[in-house]
Design a protein around this ligand. Structure first.
Ligand SMILES: Cc1ncc(COP(=O)(O)O)c(C=O)c1O
Length: 389
């Protein structure tokens, strides 16, 4: 049985023999090393519930991100988003949370789990990050019915205008939760790491992400009291010995995944360099051959994949099918965007989402895993040469 992975509802296959070059191939610790960790966990009789490996991993994640952030680990990013939204917006009656349509479904679904409804906004054409203009329009139209902002660092790339989003959240008195799912290892353009901004930032450590531990996630925040509530929120809302005292669920990270994370951190920067080198190769190759562009600051990111916006939907579709026929698994993220997915077609939006509509038909996502073979670049170059416009 193949292990299938998301992102979109179409799942990239790991271990698939359908393609010579799969879309994702996580760098994982050797099976023998994971077995050693598992043996130690069995010996210690401590499998989950904030054990020694989870505590060590949590400390190392915070240290890696720096900037005075503390880390709270989770079983996955979707639970981290849900708990963060519950802690930061849960005291309000049902309201609206601003979120981009150009994202993965986890965020909008988490908004619904805490009893709110997303208001979908557009993205900026050049950065592919949520549009400030669109968010301002949402505040003009929905005013104090808005109880929070779920900003998304698209593809884990640190948005240029994060400070302006923080000011907007302050101005309207709402929390700013940043979904940086793929962005562990990314930097903002001023040099601070992704994970240090907003009320909190959420990472996914899913097997498809650049920093992969199987299933896992974390919320990073500079606010110690929020960190305590997020941690309790991952543990049934148990704040102290009185039992459940705040909203909570079971979102705890297991010891074995934390142990894998500790190992992954030792080699992560080397893998990250390789991903950035591959992305640079794609930049060069695209600029030689076709009128496409990459989202701004992608080379500062953890590079979950290479995203290039091609001149037209027909070029994108032709290149995508050509790559598939020559054994390279490419994809199109985020296609379709949230407002075109059945659960969200009735969701309010502030405008026509014109940039989202145009970008999702033209975007191509290419593999960048560290061991990517040279032949992948050759095949991508041939495919774009055959369909220049
Ligand atoms: C933008 C975004 N948010 C949230 C998630 C959810 O992450 P997880 O699978 O760890 O729940 C993903 C996963 O791909 C994502 O891409």
């Amino acid at each position: 049985m193949q292990v299938s992975q998301h992102d979109s509802f179409e799942k990239p296959q790991i271990g698939s023999d359908l393609f010579d070059v799969p879309f994702i191939r996580p760098e994982f610790p050797r099976g023998e090393d994971v077995a050693t960790d598992m043996n130690e966990i069995v010996q210690s009789n401590w499998f989950t519930n904030f054990g020694p490996r989870e505590r060590e991993f949590r400390g190392e994640v915070a240290e890696y991100v720096g900037g005075d952030s503390v880390a709270v680990t989770f079983a996955n990013a979707t639970l981290a988003l849900t708990v963060a939204l519950a802690q930061l917006t849960g005291s309000h009656a049902r309201g609206y949370v601003i979120a981009p349509s150009f994202t993965f479904a986890a965020g909008p679904q988490a908004i619904r789990w805490v009893g709110h409804e997303p208001i979908l906004i557009d993205i900026d054409e050049r950065t592919l990050q949520p549009s400030l203009t669109s968010a301002r329009e949402a505040f003009e139209r929905f005013g104090d019915q808005i109880v929070g902002i779920l900003y998304c660092n698209t593809f884990g790339i640190g948005g240029d205008s994060v400070a302006a989003w923080e000011s907007m959240a302050r101005q309207f008195g709402v929390p700013l939760i940043i979904d940086s799912a793929a962005g562990f290892g990314s930097e903002y353009s001023l040099g601070d790491k992704v994970g240090t901004r907003g009320d909190c930032e959420i990472f996914s450590f899913h097997a498809t992400k650049p920093f992969a531990i199987g299933e896992g996630g974390a919320a990073l925040t500079r606010d110690r009291s929020l960190a305590a509530r997020l941690s309790a929120g991952s543990n049934f809302g148990f704040m102290d010995h009185a039992g459940a005292s705040i909203p909570g669920t079971n979102g705890k990270l297991q010891e074995i995944n934390a142990a894998i994370g500790i190992r992954q951190l030792q080699t992560f920067d080397i893998a990250l360099e390789a991903r950035r080198r591959h992305l640079q190769r794609y930049h060069d190759l695209i600029s030689r051959n076709v009128d496409g562009y990459f989202p701004r600051n992608d080379l500062l990111s953890s590079v979950c994949f290479a995203s290039v916006v091609l001149p037209s939907a027909s070029v994108r579709d032709a290149v995508l099918s050509e790559l598939h026929s020559c054994g390279v698994e490419a994809r199109a993220y985020y296609s379709p965007p949230i407002h075109l997915q059945p659960a969200f077609t009735e969701t309010p939006r502030v405008d026509s989402l014109g940039v989202t509509e145009s970008v999702y038909t033209r975007i191509l996502s290419l593999p960048v895993f560290p061991s990517l073979p040279e032949s992948a670049f050759e095949r991508v170059e041939e495919a774009v040469q055959r369909h220049p416009a």
